[in-house]
Ligand binder design. Structure first.
Ligand SMILES: Nc1nc2c(ncn2[C@@H]2O[C@H](COP(=O)(O)OP(=O)(O)OP(=O)(O)O)[C@@H](O)[C@H]2O)c(=O)[nH]1
Ligand SMILES: [Mg+2]
Length: 670
């Protein structure tokens, strides 16, 4: 919870700047966060999907008249009286319970297109007795549908200021500031307008009152279900049980294809650039441990991180666009029918989809799910969805599996996502039938209106996610890379006798140039292999290797797998550092090429088809993310569930990889 502890305000003294608190509240998807960002100059995530904000956040805004204001952006909610987590937070904030200091005013954002339903919440808030300012948002959309709302008449009936606005374009934001400053300087609650239902009024009374107010202030009566023919027609397709599902699969397929096709261009560029940079560093630095650390450890580590940035940014860019059009909410609706069969609520769609970017926000967004049983089930299965940290590993392993056959690679890539999703659903069913018995509740999700997606929003989302990837994953990856490089480079062992002998023979003047080069190369390979075997990493890998041998992993791959238990994306860079020494002499080969040419101790290729497939399955299913376990523990309030999640997924991954490897081997595939 991001709400800060209460501050003490000295009363009785005229302060140049007073700190006032304003609670920002409203139905889901009405534009609260958009307004919050405008008021506070912040850039919190907004999207055309109800329930984007799941925890409150606080920002500061300057209002006219020296008011320095703290604004609390609350999660969207329909009725204060409902017993769900987000309304409990809102009620606590409004009544100043616990840590919260009671706000000095309430800013309600209402959607002009759904006035009646939004007014129910306004009615409840008016009964609280705090000064209220109503922001009448999305008037552009309302006008587009021939609906006009008279702000003055509405204000008259509500007994509080009403400011028409278009938060997305920033129109009316100054008026909101002025109205807030006015409400704050009035201090005490104005008397309720006649006709406003008092405290404890039933939802029925409130709805009747809302209808009445609506009829009085709107130019054309509109029921919430009244929607234009275009929306109707689109919805009939998108929410159709069969067509809707087909369309959904098509959209997701297109999404991943675009991702795969477009991101490779900047990825290749980044790989080539870093390869050159490593080459350059190796040339200018004097020979020794520093040169090796910089050109292999550091530059290799940075390359292994940055190379996946294009894909992560592109994924979030595309999801943001999709979300903003309003399509994603239809997809959730379609998915509800599917998910409920597996004992998950339609609400779980958002956390699961988010988890296919990253399980951390995914698990946090399960706060939306009202039922604890449903919530727990969703949290437990969420990390099985393929997150973007698996992306680099999938890219690597699928391209090792299907070199120069991009179509096959793309298919294998999609199959990984499918396998993850199926494992999640299967596990949910299993949990629902055994441990957490009970039916998932049907979903009540409001379909937002269709909108043109905001490009600006998508760019910002992509940028934010990219930065946060670099900050969280990047720093961890960097650190692990350097440690891994050290583990694989030390302790240094003397070159094997055979290598020394080869070099001595190569140094003789009678030897031809080609023969000399060949002998030297053989010597290098022998030296590298010896130093790897003697290093800490080599010893560790050999120690654990028997456990992973039935999956087709050699000691290098075992080291890669072991280190990736902290954060799975580390795998690629670990492998690239580990096999770095045995790379071909030319420095220009990229990461993937280098790993492809890696060999086992006996000289046979490391990544055979069976091993690549087995490793791929392992990465789809294994729980290799320390931060996720921390969040599971926090969200479920018990380390037990984190432990359960870890053990279950590890065992699942091991068994599945074992089956794949052994089946492929017995099928004659190397
Ligand atoms: N056309 C139009 N769109 C708007 C306006 N204000 C916000 N939006 C869009 O409405 C969508 C929802 O905005 P958010 O700010 O995320 O809404 P929210 O109330 O914070 O939503 P939750 O956090 O999910 O409860 C976004 O796609 C915004 O770009 C407006 O005045 N006109
Ligand atoms: Mg929000």
């Amino acid at each position: 919870m991001a709400v800060s502890a209460p501050e003490t305000v000295t009363h009785g003294r005229v302060a140049a700047q007073a700190v006032a608190r304003v609670a920002l509240i409203g139905n889901p998807n009405t534009g609260k966060t958009t307004l919050f960002n405008r008021l506070c100059g912040a850039r919190a995530k907004t999207s055309n999907f109800p329930g984007t904000t799941t925890a409150s956040r606080v920002g500061r805004a300057a209002l006219p008249g020296e008011w320095l204001t703290e604004i609390i952006d609350l999660p969207g909610l329909y009725e204060l009286s409902l017993e769900v987590p987000e309304t409990r937070i809102a009620r606590d904030v409004l009544s100043g319970a616990g840590l919260y200091r009671q706000p000095d005013a309430v800013l309600v954002v209402i959607d002009a297109c759904n006035l009646t339903r939004n007014l129910v919440l306004v009615g409840e808030l008016l009964a609280y007795g705090l000064p209220v300012v109503v922001a009448l948002n999305m008037i552009d959309l309302a006008q587009g549908r021939g609906l006009t709302i008279d702000g003055r008449k509405l204000s008259e009936r509500l007994g509080c200021p009403v400011v028409p606005m278009i938060a997305r374009r920033g129109e009316g934001v100054d008026d909101v500031r002025a109205a807030l400053a006015g409400a704050l300087s009035h201090g005490r609650t104005p008397d309720a307008a006649p006709g406003v239902p008092g405290e404890g009024a039933s939802i029925e009374t409130l709805t009747n009152w809302a209808d009445d107010v609506m009829a009085y202030s709107a130019g054309r009566p509109s029921a919430p279900h009244e929607r234009d023919a275009f929306t109707e027609r689109l919805d009939r397709v998108f929410t159709h049980p069969v067509l809707g599902l087909l369309f959904f699969i098509l959209v997701m397929g297109g999404l991943f294809y675009t991702l795969f096709a477009l991101a490779t261009i900047p990825m290749d560029l980044i790989e080539a650039t870093f390869a050159r940079l490593g080459d350059f560093a190796a040339q200018i630095l004097p020979d020794g441990p520093v040169r090796a650390l910089v050109s292999q450890g550091i530059i290799g580590g940075v390359a292994g991180t940055v190379v996946f940035l294009p894909q992560i940014c592109l994924l979030f860019f595309l999801i943001s666009l999709l979300e903003d059009t309003g399509y994603l909410a239809r997809a959730a609706f379609v998915m509800d029918r599917v998910l409920r069969r597996f004992g998950l609520p339609g609400h779980a769609f958002v956390p699961l989809l988010t988890s296919s970017a990253c399980a951390l926000p995914g698990i946090m967004s399960t706060r939306l799910i009202p039922d604890r049983r449903d919530r727990l089930a969703t949290i437990l299965v969420a990390p099985l969805m393929s997150c973007s940290a698996r992306l680099p590993v999938y890219v690597l392993l699928t391209s090792l599996l299907f070199a120069n056959r991009p179509l096959y690679a793309a298919a294998a890539f999609s199959a990984c996502y499918l396998l993850g999703a199926l494992a999640a659903l299967g596990t949910a069913t299993l949990i629902g039938r055994t441990w957490l018995r009970g039916d998932a509740r049907p979903m009540v999700l409001e379909l937002p209106t269709y909108k043109w997606p905001s490009l600006r929003n998508a760019v910002f989302t992509a940028k934010d996610q990219g930065i946060s990837f670099l900050q969280t994953a990047g720093t961890v990856i960097m650190a692990i890379c350097i440690v891994m490089w050290w583990l694989s480079a030390y302790p240094q062992v003397p070159p094997p006798e055979q290598a020394t002998a080869l070099r001595a023979r190569a140094a003789e003047p009678s030897v031809s140039d080609t023969q000399r080069a060949a002998w030297n190369e053989q010597a290098t390979t022998l030296e590298v292999r010896a130093s790897q075997r003697g290093s800490f990493a080599g010893r560790l890998g050999r120690l654990a290797q028997p456990v992973f041998a039935p999956l087709g992993f050699d000691s290098q791959l075992t080291v890669g797998i072991l280190t990736s238990f902290l954060a799975r994306e580390v795998f690629v860079s670990t492998m690239s550092v580990l096999v770095g020494g045995s790379a071909r002499a030319d420095v220009d080969v990229g990461v993937i090429e280098r790993i492809r040419s890696a060999t086992r101790d006996d000289g046979t290729p490391l990544f055979t088809a069976a091993t690549s497939a087995s490793a791929l399955v392992f990465f789809v299913l294994a729980m290799q993310c320390l931060p996720t376990l921390t969040v599971t523990r926090r969200e479920t309030g018990s380390g037990r569930y984190a432990l359960l999640q870890f053990s279950y997924m590890s065992v699942l991954a091991y068994v599945a990889s074992l089956i794949v490897y052994q089946a492929l081997r017995s099928g004659g595939i190397p």
